[in-house]
Design a protein. Sequence first.
Length: 397
Amino acid sequence: MIEILNDSDSEDELPPGWEEMTTNTGNVYYVNHYTKGTQWTHPRTGRTKIVEGELPSGWKKCVSEDGQVLFVHHKNTTTYTDPRLAFATEYRESSQPVRQRFDGSSTALSVLHGRDLRNKIAIVTGANTGIGFETARSLALHGCKVVLACRDLKKAEEAIQKIKEERQDAKFDVLHLDLSSLHSVKEAAKKYKQKYRVLNILILNAGIFAIPYQLTKDGYETTFQVNYLSQFYFTLLLEHPIRSCRKSRVVIVSSESHRFSSLQTIEDFHQLILSPPAYKYWYMEAYNNSKLCNILFAQELANRWPSVNVFSCHPGNMVSSSLSRYSWTLRFLFMLVRPFTKSLQQAASTSVFCATAPELEGVTKCYFNNCYYCIPSITALDPELAAKQNYGLLVKK
């Protein structure tokens, strides 16, 4: 399924003098203002397109007195151009590759431009701050109902109010989720299933970094449990609402730092699960190991849940978020490199792309960086390691 994500350039850009238009039935045609001619195929690619579905939230279609079709937005924007053109669907033929539409400079809002998510419900863990907040905000501004799964409900409510200043009718819910407690994880999943029957999108965004050595009340090293084990468990407990949806997606936020993990064999994983002694602990190694576990989990989950699209992704390097809050040294370092790293909106783009991009329907078990497929480490692709490492929770949830 990976082979459809071929490399390409921006060949779909229209030549000078051309304009893209739509008929009342949604067929896309191309107007050459120099020759005054029209055609159904793209002048560069030779492909044909169609726009489908309802207009994006806030838009309505009107007809003027002279018979012209107009598209009117609630923010006093009027245009002759169908707003759905931004996400027109190509007639897919075997010879037509899916081209890369976004990159490291893209924002989550640009990824979602023109999309209508009003019939979707999503959970975003760690959504009250940083990348998680921008992820939740972007989805909500496009009509998705977003459940903010957070440890601090007061901060979650403050985040909701901030987003509602931009869109008053944005739909939210909050869910108390303390990833340092497996009991809290179980209760959160139980409360969600009592209230909702389906879950279209699950984005496992929450994470910690550079904390001192400590064990959770469940007896696990904290970075290992918060970044990986609890979110793994949370996903399994939500199996029914996720698999009850057609075309549901699970997005696991990992990191390029997984390439520097010290884990190589199943014996290494057993030692990690048993929690290393304090004298062997290094916060960077703990973080790298947890992020490798995230990708291995995504690989095995995709095998066991074939009807669900499962992705792992890298948001960006040293993004100025709250991730470095546990270390003054790292906070200073992150501040120094801030002009050279992604913004929070840009960092949220890849997880939002994985969660919503139409071209990823039917694609699964892929790792993305800068809104595009890339190959993770050799260890992350080891199917035997993924199966053995995740087997215990998968069968004993």
